[in-house]
Design a binder for this molecule. Structure first.
Ligand SMILES: NC(=O)c1ccc[n+]([C@@H]2O[C@H](COP(=O)([O-])OP(=O)(O)OC[C@H]3O[C@@H](n4cnc5c(N)ncnc54)[C@H](O)[C@@H]3O)[C@@H](O)[C@H]2O)c1
Length: 439
């Protein structure tokens, strides 16, 4: 099939490359000229494992190309995906649909023949109706359908997620569009991936319900971690003990510094807003947001407490800045709030992240960046591990200790074990595992 993808960001680029790999002919369009130029030079503007090879292979096979021109990109397309950003609207938490509506308006006059417009961006329930209305208003003779096809890929594992999804959700209101989407996803159905067809409104809401549930699950285990600390229990054992129950499931039960990233914070806020507007509040999610919003303060308190009550003038080395490993995405990363708190209290921060430092630099004025974990440890009075990149799982502990002024290791991801840190001569603090901590 001929597919156009509006937006070549984390989702558009991965989706476009994967569709091309399925055998479709794909054009990715982005209105950021720098992004298109970067892609034109054969470079990938984001860090996502495996993406570069996939893009190169499909470009070489003539199935994938990039353009800054919408008219060029959508010419002849049977399906046009909208994969533009939907950030939080300043002030009220509603999803900012400016980019989605702009894309729909620009697209409308270019539609020729029957075209399925597929919304892949995460958008509030009813947005598909509005996209349909906007296109019809701008081009009353256009022959088109609007479909909702929310994306569930995770940054860092995006290609694997896209090609081996737990499910594909398609919200579609008519038979013609259903057939087009079935054809697009046929390679996945052949692999037994469940493609779930539902109404457009249900599909839109499924995406928010999924993210809200996952955010709630993380927040639940974080509260259990606090309780475990108060009760002298181990939250990792609690997670294992409850996660073994199929009805609960073992994933997303890692206690830590709170959820962040480009999706959960904005999507939970948008769901709360939608629910309020519809007069059907989602109080569990409202509370989830409030608890998560205070999480960074609890982490700061843990760090300050471990340092004896004050961080003023103390050098702290930070390992990991991105909101999770294997991405360079710094959007709403918990590290930003924690480092901000520490900085406000006078701490001197030196940070290292394998992929996130370029994006982090403008967001963290006053922070120094190191070239390696050992560089960051130099003369530090504490190391705080915020993001569990694989390289931080196998640190050379004697080397790290030798570089530090005082060997205090605060592990906000529960990567290490008490006995190994004790053996290496560290004081150790973790999350929800008081028995693991070394005093
Ligand atoms: N990032 C994720 O992990 C993820 C996962 C699932 C769903 N989503 C959702 O997918 C959507 C896109 O997210 P993202 O992370 O890829 O965003 P992004 O900011 O990385 O990419 C969006 C891209 O769209 C481009 N763009 C904006 N308006 C345009 C227009 N009119 N024409 C052409 N290009 C335009 C921007 O230049 C940018 O490159 C959001 O709604 C997000 O919530 C994201």
């Amino acid at each position: 099939m001929k597919i156009a993808m509006i937006g070549a960001g984390y989702v558009g680029l991965v989706t476009g490359a994967c569709f091309a790999d399925f055998g479709h002919e794909v054009v990715c369009i982005d209105n950021n000229p720098e992004r298109v130029a970067t892609l034109g030079r054969g470079e990938i503007p984001i860090f996502e494992p495996g993406l570069e090879a996939l893009v190169r292979a499909n470009e070489a096979a003539g199935r994938l190309r990039f353009t800054g021109s919408l008219a060029d990109g959508v010419f002849g397309a049977e399906a046009v995906f909208i994969a533009v950003g939907t950030p939080s609207r300043r002030g009220d938490g509603h999803a900012d649909l400016t980019y989605v509506y702009a894309a729909a308006r620009e697209l409308a006059p270019l539609l020729k023949g029957y075209v399925v417009v597929v919304d892949k961006s995460t958008v509030p329930v009813g947005t598909g109706d509005e996209v349909e209305r906007l296109i019809r208003e701008a081009n009353p003779n256009a022959d088109f359908s609007v479909v909702s096809n929310p994306e569930f890929l995770r940054e860092g594992a995006a290609i694997e997620d896209f090609t081996h999804p737990d499910r594909v959700v398609v919200g579609v209101e008519d038979e013609r569009a259903r057939a087009v989407l079935a054809e697009i996803y046929r390679p996945l159905t052949l692999n037994q991936a469940p493609v779930m067809m539902t109404s457009r409104r249900s599909a839109e809401l499924i995406k928010y319900a999924a993210n809200a549930f996952l955010a709630m699950k993380i927040t639940f285990i974080n509260e259990m971690a606090d309780l475990a600390e108060a009760a002298g229990a181990n939250v990792q054992d609690i997670a294992r003990g409850i996660g073994a129950d199929n009805r609960i499931g073992g994933t997303f039960l890692n206690a830590g510094p709170g959820y962040g990233g480009s999706c959960f914070p904005k999507d939970t806020a948008a769901l709360v807003r939608t629910a309020q507007e519809l007069g059907s509040r989602v109080r569990l999610i409202e509370t989830t947001i409030a608890i998560n919003g205070a999480r960074h303060q609890a982490m700061t308190a843990k760090i300050v407490g471990a340092l004896g009550g004050s961080v003023s003038g103390r050098r702290i080395g930070v390992l990991g800045l991105t909101f999770k490993p294997n991405t360079d995405d710094m959007r709403d990363a918990p590290s930003l709030a924690i480092i901000g708190d520490l900085h406000d209290r006078g701490a001197e921060i030196v940070a290292y992240d394998p992929e996130g430092m370029e994006a982090a630099r403008p967001l963290l004025p006053g922070v120094r960046f190191g070239a390696s974990p050992y560089d960051v440890a130099h003369d530090a009075e504490a190391i705080v591990l915020i993001t569990e990149w694989t390289v931080f799982r196998s640190l050379d502990l004697p080397r790290l200790k030798a570089a530090m002024r005082t060997p205090l290791f605060i592990d906000l991801r529960n990567v290490y074990r008490r006995h190994e840190m004790e053996r290496a001569g560290f004081r150790y603090r973790s999350v929800g595992r008081p028995g693991e901590d070394v005093n």
